[in-house]
Design a protein around this ligand. Sequence first.
Ligand SMILES: C[S@@+](CC[C@H](N)C(=O)[O-])C[C@H]1O[C@@H](n2cnc3c(N)ncnc32)[C@H](O)[C@@H]1O
Length: 410
Amino acid sequence: MLRVMTERPRLAELMACPACGGRLTGPGCLSCRLDFPTVGGIPWMMPEPRIALIEWRGRLHYLLTHYATEAARQRAALEQEPVSGLTRRRLEHGAAALDDQAKRIRELMTPLGLAARNEAHAVHVALGTELPLNQGLSSYYTNLHRDWCWGEEENAAGLAAVMGAMPDGLRPARVLVLGAGAARLAWDLHCAVQPGLTVALDFNPLFLLAARRILDGKMLELYEFPIAPRTIADHAVLRRLQAPTSTPAGLELMLADASSPPFQPGCFDIVLTPWFIDVAGEPVARLLQRINRLLVPGGLWINHGSLAFADGAPGDALSLEELLDALPAAGFARPEAREAQLPYLSSPASRHARLETVITFGARKEQDIEAPVPGRAVPDWLRQSERRCRRCRNSVRNHCQPASTPSCSR
Ligand SMILES: C[S@@+](CC[C@H](N)C(=O)[O-])C[C@H]1O[C@@H](n2cnc3c(N)ncnc32)[C@H](O)[C@@H]1O
């Protein structure tokens, strides 16, 4: 049975080390000798926090370089051949907006720090990056504007679908949203259901730092660059991002990798995966093990989104039938899935929008299953690196911790 909320659960009591799964002592794990920093007010719970910080700094540097290069290209186009007055207006507007966006992103991301010269992204890739390379800082960037500016209709439809997957009268105490992005659905659900605790988890710091500002009621303005702008002005639109009302207590943002969730087993009444399981970077079977493990007995996994497995092995690109069929073996009751055609990223400034047949279901946990292997699956050629120290990346030495939680004393 799902628990009924009695008092506000404290997040710190639910946490575990994302590297070894052990209990935390204050902000760190004694056995892994890792400290987990707070970055811009967000707990940074990556299994290799320092390396993840360096990687995201590298990606920030990459994004800022991209803005500068693109602005320079637009200005160069003004010089190359005679351009009409309207084209001049578009190029000047675009270049100025890119410069301004770079300043704004740099300011938003200040808590991360910028990449030092010796933190070249390629070096981290060569050392064995822990973050998937297809996840840049600006992946899914339009979702931020949908969430907090123009997406009322889409946001409401998403919330309604998720609420429709919950049994009537359910009052969960703890909710976890995996791949929460800029946290709007987590916010809407938190406001609607009022659990004691909602954790919105994602590993993209741009989304979380933006969400932190918005949830704190502070001003955030960033540009949207629509795919198919309707007008010259729509090529770069400065949007004001804000929450519709103040944020109720108990909504926590957390930077973590869903493949190494920093929680003790059996903590959550609901785990919600919105538009996530097909981009999670690991096979669904493994993800189901993790979700099962995170839920209390009788807890509910709510999945929402379309199934568009672009990456990964062909055998893992599940259809809905395969996914539902896999649930009993993963310890879940077989749910009834609802499908609805919903607009997706339909920006008022763009002629481009998607219409998705979105699947939503709530699957109840019926039994515990085997604990999943911690961390992201790595290819064979990198497997050796699992035996490298988590912190210094050298081979595990005699003075290092056991290989299951490799680290050394550096
Ligand atoms: C398609 S977006 C959906 C975002 C949000 N749920 C929404 O509906 O707007 C997928 C999200 O999952 C996040 N993500 C992908 N893999 C992740 C992982 N292993 N751990 C945490 N977040 C992840 C991405 O950063 C991104 O925010």
